[in-house]
Design a binder for this molecule. Structure first.
Ligand code: CA
Length: 656
């Protein structure tokens, strides 16, 4: 009763405002026209302008959103479904007269403020604009222009991230503030607060553009940005994982056009941009949360709050209780992130189209999909395969945060699962390696501990359909930085980075790793995502110019830059085969090799120089007697043994 009363008041208020505006406009028009025209002519003109104004006012009022905002001709899938949002739009019948497009069907839903329209784009359709007429009996006609654009992407020539790349992960709010004008945006709930580690710090797209030369010089070839879409949340909005508009870059980062500019400029430098997308949940301040289309738009919609149990294993477990699986998939990630119901066909289509729209609009280099196992798994198959259908060369990496290879492997394309589950997901984050790496390096070398754990972990690659396409990383935005993980031991840091950059897979490195950024004494995400030195006016340190950096930071930056740039030219590391030898006496040796090149990588954990007998490695070394020591930039002789420097990684290119 209370709600109905409130609605009547609201509607009454809106009508009053509209009528007041119209009367005011008519008054102004009358005065303008009566000054410029004779009185008899002016009457009809006033009425014409009034009617025009009235029709525009109705148009403006009736349709608030059409999503996707435009579409493309020449897609493999000729259909597109438009979500139309406007007051009582469900009462209207859409009509289209255009030779390029057919209106297949339309449907209203429980909430009359939504209408879903299915279009079929004809095979030889030309890019065009056309009107959709919305008719409400004989009463009102609303006109809405829609556009079909020419394609941006040639799917045959499209390139996407692969093992030849090294990905630089950036948290945009924390990287560089290239435009202080967008730090505070009127109308958005959260403003600037650089003092708090959970506040917005002002970093933006322009800041990243300003650092493209730096990123390129460091050797990175791809950039993965934490999500950049609008997060109009009152708190914690900086991290970007609470989408409130799926088609709009957050204005505090810049505009959609700024994002395109970044991608274009990055591409000119040989850098691809990977978009972080979340189909599992949105932010609770998403515009549709205030006026949901259906009673099943999100999971646990009208039920008491239910959080996910994070029991990812339950999805694969043959004995799992259905109730546990349900809570895993349908429970909310946190109270501010409503869990989207991808079993609703309209939601399903909305999310698939949204991802395809961004790939096409921004000519993306790849997608990183957040919380990969949390949506309905049959939807993830549909989502990945719909993208593969349009873009067969496009790479997507899924986040599945578990330390068990068997779970990760389950989701990858090509994996033969006992329950018959398949998907088109090409890549996953190699969490088992990440979660083990620092521990294996820190542990004492005793039976079953230390390097042997890395060795055995790698051996589990037999379980993956395509281990070469996993993304490998020492850390990311959600966990302790690698320098902190290894207790700020610079030698172990170098071993960890050497491993990541010479191992199979696609390396990813978090911003600031190059200058030993750390989160000493805390696991706070806000601290892990500390501002990149030099990204803000007046910063005491500047990573780009090395001003104010400590000696060891400069050393690390130069060392990593050399290593990444070396890797960029080494096909044998990108696509070569891999053979490793059981670690012995604190030394782990593996080889990357192809028909023309052999590279030997050695991790020596001993605190003193160590003699390494080469007999064991004859199969890989052959009769070659010289090698190039990459870190020390000199040739060495391969006799019966070599002396390894104390507690250090080593890379040897085998020469002849
Ligand atoms: Ca800014």
């Amino acid at each position: 009763m209370k709600i109905i009363f409130k609605s009547v008041l609201l509607l009454g208020g809106r009508l009053f405002c509209m009528i007041a505006n119209i009367l005011e406009a008519k008054k102004i028009l009358s005065s303008v026209v009566s000054v410029t025209n004779g009185s008899s002519k002016s009457f009809s003109l006033i009425n014409y302008l009034f009617l025009l104004f009235l029709s525009n006012a109705l148009n403006a009022q009736a349709i608030n959103r059409v999503e996707p905002p435009f579409w493309y001709v020449g897609m493999n899938n000729p259909t597109v479904q438009l979500l139309v949002y406007g007051e009582n739009i469900g009462d209207f019948e859409p009509q289209i007269k255009n030779k390029n497009v057919t209106l297949e069907k339309y449907q209203s839903v429980e909430n009359n403020n939504y209408l879903f329209i299915d279009l079929i784009i004809k095979e030889n359709a030309k890019p065009c604009k056309f009107n959709i007429l919305f008719k409400n009996g004989n009463k009102t006609t609303i006109k809405k222009e829609y556009e079909l654009k020419p394609r941006n992407v040639n799917p045959v020539k499209q390139t996407s991230f692969s093992s030849k790349d090294v990905i630089y992960l950036i948290t945009p709010d924390r990287f560089a503030n290239g435009n202080t004008q967008n730090d505070e945006i009127t109308g958005l709930k959260e403003g600037l607060n650089r003092k708090e580690d959970f506040g917005r710090h002002g970093g933006d797209i322009q800041g990243i553009i300003d650092h493209l030369d730096y990123i390129k010089e460091m050797g990175f070839t791809a950039i993965w940005l934490n999500p950049i879409l609008e997060n109009d949340q009152p708190k914690w909005s900086y991290h970007g994982y609470s989408t409130t508009d799926y088609y709009k870059v957050d204005p505090r980062f810049g505009t959609n056009e700024d994002y395109l500019t970044l991608i274009k400029k990055a591409k000119e430098k040989g850098l691809g941009v990977i978009m972080d997308i979340i189909v599992n949940h949105c932010g609770d301040e998403h515009w549709w949360m205030k006026d949901l289309p259906t009673s099943d738009w999100v999971n646990y919609q009208d039920e008491p709050y239910q959080e996910t149990n994070h029991r990812k294993f339950s999805l694969l477990d043959p004995y799992a209780a259905p109730s546990d699986r349900k809570v895993m998939t349908e429970g909310w990630f946190v109270p501010t992130m409503p869990d989207l119901n991808q079993r609703n066909e309209l939601m399903n289509t909305y999310l698939i189209q949204n991802s395809i729209w961004w790939i096409e609009y921004a000519n993306l280099y790849g997608i990183r999909q957040d919380t990969y196992s949390y949506p309905f798994r049959e939807f993830m198959t549909e989502w990945t395969c719909a993208i593969a259908n349009e873009y067969p060369n496009f790479n997507i990496v899924g986040e599945e945060w578990v330390n068990d290879a068997s779970i990760i492997a389950y989701w990858q394309e090509g994996k033969q699962n006992k329950d018959g589950y398949t998907s088109c997901l090409p890549s996953l984050m190699d969490f088992p390696t990440t979660l083990l790496l620092a521990e294996a390096l820190k542990e004492e070398e005793v039976w079953g501990k230390g390097l042997i754990r890395l060795y055995e972990n790698l051996g589990k690659d037999f379980i993956y359909a395509n281990p070469e396409n996993l993304v490998i990383f020492p850390d990311n935005h959600d966990m302790s930085r690698i320098f902190t993980q290894v207790n700020e031991d610079y030698d172990l840091y170098k071993m960890a980075l050497t491993y990541i950059l010479t191992m199979r897979g696609i390396p990813q490195i978090y911003y600031g790793t190059e200058i030993l950024m750390h989160n000493r004494g805390t696991e706070s995400h806000g601290v892990i995502r500390t501002d990149f030195p030099g990204g803000w006016q007046g910063d005491a340190q500047n990573t780009k110019t090395q001003k104010g950096l400590k000696t060891q930071q400069i050393e690390a930056q130069n060392w990593l830059k050399n290593l990444i740039n070396w890797r960029n030219n080494k096909t044998v590391i990108h696509t070569g085969k891999l053979m490793h030898y059981e670690p012995q006496k604190g030394v782990y040796v593996y080889f990357r090799y192809n028909e023309t090149e052999t590279v030997m990588v050695v991790l020596n954990k001993n605190n003193e120089p160590t003699e390494l007998n080469l007999d064991r490695f004859k199969l890989n070394l052959g009769n070659n007697k010289t090698a190039f020591d990459v870190f020390n930039q000199k040739e060495i002789e391969l006799n019966e043994s070599i002396i390894l420097p104390a507690k250090a990684p080593a890379i040897f290119e085998i020469l002849n």
